[in-house]
Write a protein that binds this ligand. Structure first.
Ligand SMILES: Nc1nc2c(c(=O)[nH]1)N[C@H]1C(S)=C(S)[C@@H](COP(=O)(O)OP(=O)(O)OC[C@H]3O[C@@H](n4cnc5c(=O)[nH]c(N)nc54)[C@H](O)[C@@H]3O)O[C@H]1N2
Ligand SMILES: Nc1nc2c(c(=O)[nH]1)N[C@H]1C(S)=C(S)[C@@H](COP(=O)(O)OP(=O)(O)OC[C@H]3O[C@@H](n4cnc5c(=O)[nH]c(N)nc54)[C@H](O)[C@@H]3O)O[C@H]1N2
Ligand SMILES: [Mo]
Length: 753
């Protein structure tokens, strides 16, 4: 291990707050960013757009992190993308820019339309943009049907905008609502729904104060959910064991200095966070969990008091079949597939059995695999064995990504809506709702490619860069008749566009939103089902920006032939939108009143109450659908694609990843130093990565080898640079979550080195 330069300081600490403050200063936004940050996650402030981690209950003077500072500074940048900018650069030229370069030009300031004759974006008035888009959507519906359009949502969208959007789209006549969760926690939503009857996590933030063990699967919280580190830190201080399962020995999982603890900031000593970090093979989690469960069952056979028999009998179904499945699995295969020894698996089981309340959290390392649903369901199986759902200090905790991705789904952004939601919409809005299920992200891409989908409207996000199979995705998008992006910042999806293309610039979460009745608030739902108000305070980046609800209303007004609501009246006062949500969406009764309580309100969770809305009316033990991992063919590597510390999904803030010792570059391939030597290669030599699916080879070139502690045969690179390697059909069955985290590849030295 000595050859690997590990990050020398505990993660977090001064660099975490200090450096980003410094870069804010450089961007000239410190004052603005600083002033805004004091309102982050505070009762009267805005919900931080950084991530979906819940706000602290005893609200601290400061409740934000480096991630949040960056997200806010990024929105508050003083750089502007003006009409002049577009006049100076053709779209072909902009396409040659990197994601980082596109991002740095700043905030979009006015509506733009693509002009094919000159290959430039040209300014257009809001009224004209709406009229043209509405005309094209109406024509499309008449000639090809409503299902020829798809309406994407990214998870920063507020509940209010999301609710109006799904109403507009369904009134238009389709359920084609792909969203970023299709690429993110869809395996979680599908897996949990089948197993415990609700597609959401079962814990609340307070449970962390009572957990006796915390298991973290496939997640990198120091980078992606830094405020979670404070919570883990508190748990460590009370002696709660934390076990992490990750192929990469992530610095942040080993030691962390809490930026809010003055003593530790002073001494620079971090508490060890993960008591143990188990370096599971990429894609080996189902095998790992099989091993832990097998060891737990073995302990039960010896000691007979390990399983919560009462819970299993009263609350679950399928236990004996599941037990038989586990008994049939061989230790040899479990060890080979997971990369974790039987002795270690027994240690983990011992810790699990000693704890009366265990929380399992997970992230993309679990969901973005072909066996994503298996992974999720095996975590839940483990929890069920000891009654760890609906018990204080215990439960299932998928950690969501985008700050309102969970809320958007609650509001009905879903391509496969329940009949109950559609019935309710019909009752409230007196309009027939489309019953046919719509397309998700993967099927949208297929539809764009084969011409059955001809228009893509995107409420936020960066569809072109976030999706797999980049070259084919670009071709599919360019095949579209119409693409519309509702965005805050310039990105790839503006420069890879349809024949007719529009950019509609909108307010960000941190900006003051004034409508006819005054200063508006929106609401969001965090990872633990708490719904809260959020009110932006910053001065909008441009006077020409519209809010997301206003843009959705504008589009609806021009695209629909019969109107389910008075859009203008609704947008004048968002309380009116919330009143409609209260009438339509279960759990939102008295919405306006309840959300005004400090910390908003908790939506509740049926599984937590031991009400199981499943096919057996019990929580279900479910054996994996796929056999334990077949080892990848000799000569191949297993690639996982991850986020650097200085990116937010496709938004590249800077070219560093300091916890992994990367500075000023992103085209890197992490490999164990012993593996680099074994291959006769050198650190910093460049390799090309080739994936082979069927008879199609996809190659990305020029990735510098970087030493990192990860298992033999496993490598990691950043997303989105590697998305070209992943064919559309490489995904979790049923959920269609792209398998971004298990891509078999061949490596060769790049010819240029
Ligand atoms: N700063 C910042 N914050 C973010 C984001 C961001 O990009 N930047 N994105 C937001 C979004 S949308 C999301 S979904 C979340 C993502 O948050 P995370 O889920 O933490 O994101 P990733 O970096 O994709 O991967 C997580 C971890 O999975 C590990 N991993 C990879 N393959 C495997 C595997 O096979 N098994 C196991 N057990 N682990 C594996 C990786 O080593 C990595 O440490 O963060 C949100 N917050
Ligand atoms: N290889 C690989 N691919 C992946 C992943 C991976 O781990 N590996 N992760 C997947 C995951 S988990 C996700 S969630 C997706 C992310 O997919 P998306 O959500 O589509 O992508 P983002 O990069 O988050 O979108 C950034 C853009 O959103 C716009 N934006 C920012 N704030 C706002 C706002 O308030 N309103 C509006 N209207 N627009 C705004 C800006 O224009 C910005 O450029 O990527 C997926 N792709
Ligand atoms: Mo995500």
């Amino acid at each position: 291990m000595k050859k690997i330069r590990v990050y020398p300081h505990p993660a977090g600490g001064w660099p975490a707050l200090g450096n980003s403050a410094l870069s804010l200063l450089k961007q000239g936004t410190l004052l603005k960013g600083g002033a805004s940050m004091l309102h982050a996650n505070q009762p009267d402030g805005f919900d931080c757009p950084g991530c979906a981690w819940p706000d602290a209950s005893s609200h601290k003077a400061i409740d934000f992190c480096e991630n949040g500072v960056k997200a806010v500074a990024n929105e508050a940048t003083s750089q502007r993308v003006t009409a002049d900018f577009f006049a100076q650069h053709t779209v072909a030229e902009l396409r040659s820019w990197s994601d980082y370069e596109l991002e740095r030009v700043g905030r979009l300031t006015e509506p733009m339309r693509y002009d094919a004759a000159s290959d430039h974006y040209v300014p257009i008035s809001w009224a004209q943009a709406f009229a043209e888009i509405g005309g094209q959507l109406r024509d499309l519906r008449e000639t090809a049907g409503a299902d020829a359009a798809a309406f994407y949502t990214s998870g920063r969208t507020s509940n209010e905008a999301a609710f109006l959007y799904q109403l507009f789209v369904r009134a238009f006549g389709t359920n084609n609502m792909p969203d970023c969760s299709n690429m993110c926690h869809e395996a979680t939503s599908v897996g949990l729904k089948q197993q415990i009857g609700i597609g959401k996590g079962t814990i609340t933030l307070d449970d962390f104060d009572h957990a006796q063990a915390i298991f973290i699967f496939g997640q990198n919280p120091a980078t992606n959910h830094p405020r979670m580190m404070g919570t883990l830190h508190e748990a460590v201080k009370r002696g709660c064991p934390i076990l992490a399962f990750n192929p990469l020995r992530e610095a942040g999982l080993e030691a962390f200095t809490n930026p809010q603890s003055p003593l530790e900031m002073l001494t620079g000593k971090g508490l060890p966070i993960a008591m143990r970090l188990y370096q599971v093979n990429i894609g080996g989690d189902a095998a790992l969990l099989t091993g832990i469960i097998k060891a737990v069952l073995a302990r039960d056979a010896e000691q007979s008091s390990v399983l919560d028999r009462e819970f299993i009998a009263a609350q679950t179904s399928g236990f004996s079949e599941f037990e038989a499945h586990i008994a049939a699995q061989s230790w040899v295969e479990i060890e080979a597939a997971s990369g974790i020894s039987k002795a270690e698996l027994e240690d983990i089981a011992e810790i699990y059995c000693a704890s009366q309340a265990t929380i399992c959290t997970w992230g993309m390392g679990i969901t973005q695999h072909q066996r994503g649903i298996d992974n999720v369901q095996m975590i839940v199986n483990l929890l069920l064995l000891r009654g760890n759902i609906g018990k204080t200090g215990a439960g299932a905790a998928p950690i969501r990504g985008h700050s309102n991705v969970q809320g958007d789904r609650t509001m009905g952004i879903y391509e496969k809506p329940d009949a109950a939601l559609l019935d309710r919409l019909e009752q409230v809005f007196k309009l027939p709702m489309p019953r046919k299920h719509g397309v998700d992200v993967v099927d949208t891409l297929k539809g764009l490619a084969n011409g059955s989908i001809q228009a893509l409207i995107a409420l936020g996000g960066n569809f072109a860069a976030a999706t797999p199979d980049t070259q084919n995705t670009y071709a599919a998008l360019q095949n579209a008749k119409l693409t519309v992006q509702i965005s805050t910042k310039l990105n790839r999806s503006h420069v890879v566009h349809g024949q007719s293309a529009y950019i509609l610039p909108c307010l960000g979460r941190t900006e003051a939103d004034w409508q006819e009745s005054g200063w508006q608030s929106v609401t969001t739902e965090d990872s633990m089902s708490r719904v809260m108000l959020s009110r932006g305070r910053n001065r909008p980046a441009s006077e020409q920006l519209w809010s997301e609800p206003a843009i959705v209303a504008g589009l609806a007004q021009v695209s629909l032939t019969s109107q389910p609501v008075d859009w203008v009246h609704l947008v004048a006062d968002y309380d009116r939108i919330r009143d409609l949500i209260a009438q339509t969406i279960a759990g939102f009764e008295d919405f306006n009143q309840r959300v005004r309580a400090e910390r908003g309100f908790y939506l509740g969770n049926s599984a937590r109450e031991h009400v199981w809305k499943t096919s057996t009316a019990k929580a279900q033990f479910i054996a994996p659908s796929q056999p334990i991992h077949t080892p990848i063919a000799a000569g191949l590597w297993m690639l996982t694609t991850i986020r650097s510390h200085d990116q937010y999904n496709t938004t590249i803030y800077a070219l560093d990843d300091r916890y992994r010792n990367i500075h000023g570059e992103r085209r890197v391939c992490f490999m164990h130093p012993d593996e680099i030597s074994r291959m006769g290669w050198q650190v910093d030599q460049s390799v090309d990565l080739t994936s082979v699916f069927g008879d199609v080879e996809r190659t990305v070139t020029g990735f510098k080898l970087k030493p990192f502690d990860l298992p033999a045969g496993c490598i990691a690179s950043y997303y989105p640079e590697t998305n070209d390697l992943i064919p559309l059909d490489h995904h979790t069955p049923r959920a269609q979550t792209p398998a971004y985290k298990s891509i078999p590849v061949r490596l060769s030295l790049s010819s240029e080195t």
